[in-house]
Design a protein around this ligand. Structure first.
Ligand code: RTP
Ligand code: MG
Length: 139
């Protein structure tokens, strides 16, 4: 995947709360182009595979329950400096600590139910995009 791309998911809380539209609007207004998008409901096993990197963390089981509790909207986005700029746009993991105007500050419910995911490196963006999208969908 080109290095000017990142991967995101609108998480179950934000989809259920009806915030997909305003979140996508803010992502596009910030200059990100949507390369691929879909709506899926992960099983707990699939959520566990996606978050395998956190398997040893105390919150792993709860995270897998949460991420399989409802539909999510995975997307691949394109922009210069995509990974870093998108992490800035979404804000800190804990919405209480997220800066004003960030997506998590506006739309997240809690530390776990924090509305949106953003890849933390170009390498992980490519791995995460390939989890949801085919090569053809990313071309
Ligand atoms: P993400 O991967 O979703 O973009 O979030 P992040 O980098 O800001 O945070 P990370 O450390 O990768 O954690 C992944 C997700 O796990 C949930 N979490 N729960 N209960 C807890 O202490 C806790 N800590 C993290 C959040 O949903 C977080 O986004
Ligand atoms: Mg992370």
């Amino acid at each position: 995947m080109p290095t000017n791309r990142t991967f995101t998911m609108i998480k179950p809380d934000a989809v259920a709360d009806g915030f997909s539209g305003p979140i996508i609007q803010q992502i596009e207004a910030a200059g990100f182009k949507i390369i691929a998008i879909k709506k899926v409901h992960l099983s707990k096993e699939e959520a566990g595979k996606f978050y395998a990197i956190h398997a040893e963390r105390p919150f792993y089981q709860s995270l897998c329950d949460y991420m399989s509790s409802g539909a999510i909207i995975p997307m691949v986005l394109e922009k210069d400096n995509a990974v870093e700029d998108f992490r800035k746009l979404i804000g800190s993991t804990n919405p209480e600590q997220a800066a004003e105007g960030t997506i998590r500050k506006q739309f997240a419910r809690s530390l776990e139910s924090n509305a949106i995911h953003g890849s933390d490196s170009d390498e992980n963006a490519a791995i995460e995009a390939a989890f949801f999208f085919s090569e053809k969908e990313l071309a």
